[in-house]
Design a protein around this ligand. Structure first.
Ligand code: CA
Length: 421
């Protein structure tokens, strides 16, 4: 059960924040880094505006007894810890709620969201990507190994993952260049070096680690370490992946780019939408066992817009389709003693639902390119140059929603052969 009806809209004196269809009511207080002609600054989304938190802190209106917004990233607030996270939300709520006393002091620091550019909201320390969606793992396993061997023997016992590259993480709106790579030839002895012909997206939820660890942590402790969430698109070159992935997993197929949404939704904003775990026919070992409602009810969509085309929604699903919660992923990550750092980003793995119209990648939507889906009336298997992929997501409350803003990227054509003599 979710608790989404327990809290209603917290009304703000910023009128646009009371729009029931907006992503950024006062309940959300999503965190970004924006540029409005005065250098990059920390901002808080409120309705159709961005509030300059760096200016508020400089004026002493926002005061957490230490600098939080001196650098254009939210890592300082993360490092300050859960008590500071709560104090920050309490202060911002008091400043922005209906009837607040000091509106005249705040108004000059509100910028129209339409007139700012957004940057990465935090410095990504390290990036790990999991594979925690059961429908996705089953679909991919069925395509690659057959229905009998779809899920590997370990899958129902550990959240499988691989260590990615923080350097590849981009903010929404940054174009993504189609990569070159080594792909399988007609037989295994004759691979080719070529632009990927099977470039794809993956619909994921990213969890941001806000507190460090140095040793194994429990699922409950891991939950308390999570600062917030972003939407995440793990761009994937399927032809490069199919050739390289055995036996050590994905490498260059996932290294081109990973796009995240520009707004961090703090964990507290999603607390009313917490949900319980899925059915488990195989119990987890005690150190990974479910500990409370560590899943979320967040509706997700993917829209594909062809170059010179119109946006078309190609999938609808929900984060409740995950088999392992972000807290279980993080706890598993620490079992070896692997230290976690402030600003670590954990991708959930592709979130597909049980039906064909809820699949979170083109690989699944087109079933390996065999059965083409139609976009703007044209059959499609993978992504074309000029395509824009937009992920969106929101937790739906009573009279309000907690959104992430769009997470999008447009495919640029591959370069000329970078190794041409
Ligand atoms: Ca992935």
């Amino acid at each position: 059960m979710t608790r989404s009806n327990a809290i209603g809209l917290i009304r703000s004196w910023v009128d646009s924040a009371n729009d029931p269809l907006g992503d950024f009511p006062l309940n959300n207080l999503a965190l970004g880094v924006f540029e409005a002609g005065n250098g990059p600054r920390c901002g808080v989304a409120i309705g159709a505006h961005v509030l300059d938190a760096t200016a508020l802190e400089a004026e002493g209106v926002l005061d957490l007894h230490r600098p939080i917004c001196a650098q254009p990233s939210w890592n300082a607030l993360m490092a300050a810890g859960p008590k500071a996270w709560a104090a920050f939300r309490a202060q911002m709520t008091a400043l922005l709620r209906e009837g607040a006393a000091n509106q005249a002091q705040i108004v000059p620091h509100l910028h129209s969201m339409a007139h700012v550019t957004l940057q990465l909201p935090f410095t990504v320390a390290e990036f790990t990507d999991f594979y925690a969606g059961r429908h996705h793992a089953t679909n991919v396993g069925t395509m690659f190994r057959g229905a009998e061997n779809a899920l590997p023997a370990n899958w129902l016992h550990i959240p499988i993952g691989y260590n990615g590259r923080a350097s590849s993480v981009l903010v929404s709106g940054t174009p993504v260049r189609r990569p070159w790579g080594q792909v399988k030839g007609p037989d295994d002895s004759a691979p080719r070096f070529a632009p990927s012909q099977r470039f794809d997206f993956e619909l994921e939820l990213g969890a941001i680690v806000g507190q460090p660890s140095n040793g194994p942590v429990s699922v409950g402790q891991a939950n308390d370490m999570i600062f917030g969430y972003v939407l995440l698109n793990d761009w994937s070159a399927r032809d490069i992946q199919a050739w390289e992935y055995q036996p050590l997993g994905p490498f260059q197929s996932k290294a081109t780019a990973t796009t995240i949404s520009p707004w961090i939704v703090m964990r507290a904003a999603l607390d009313p939408f917490r949900a319980g775990p899925p059915m488990r026919e195989t119990p987890l070992l005690p150190h990974l066992a479910d500990a409370g409602d560590n899943f979320h009810d967040i509706a997700l969509e993917v829209t594909l817009t062809p170059e010179d085309g119109t946006p078309e929604t190609i999938t609808r699903t929900n984060t409740r389709e995950l088999y392992y919660s972000p807290a279980q992923q993080l706890a598993h990550h620490t079992t070896s003693g692997c230290p976690m750092r402030v600003g670590d980003l954990l991708g959930s793995g592709t979130i597909s639902g049980p039906t064909p119209d809820s699949r979170g990648s083109m690989l699944e939507l087109s079933w390996g390119g065999q059965s083409h889906i139609k976009v703007n009336g044209t059959p499609r298997a993978f992504l074309n140059d000029g395509d824009t992929v937009t992920l969106s997501g929101a937790a739906i409350g009573k009279g309000y929603r907690i959104g992430f803003g769009p997470c999008d990227g447009t495919i640029l054509p591959a370069l000329e052969n970078p190794y041409a003599p």
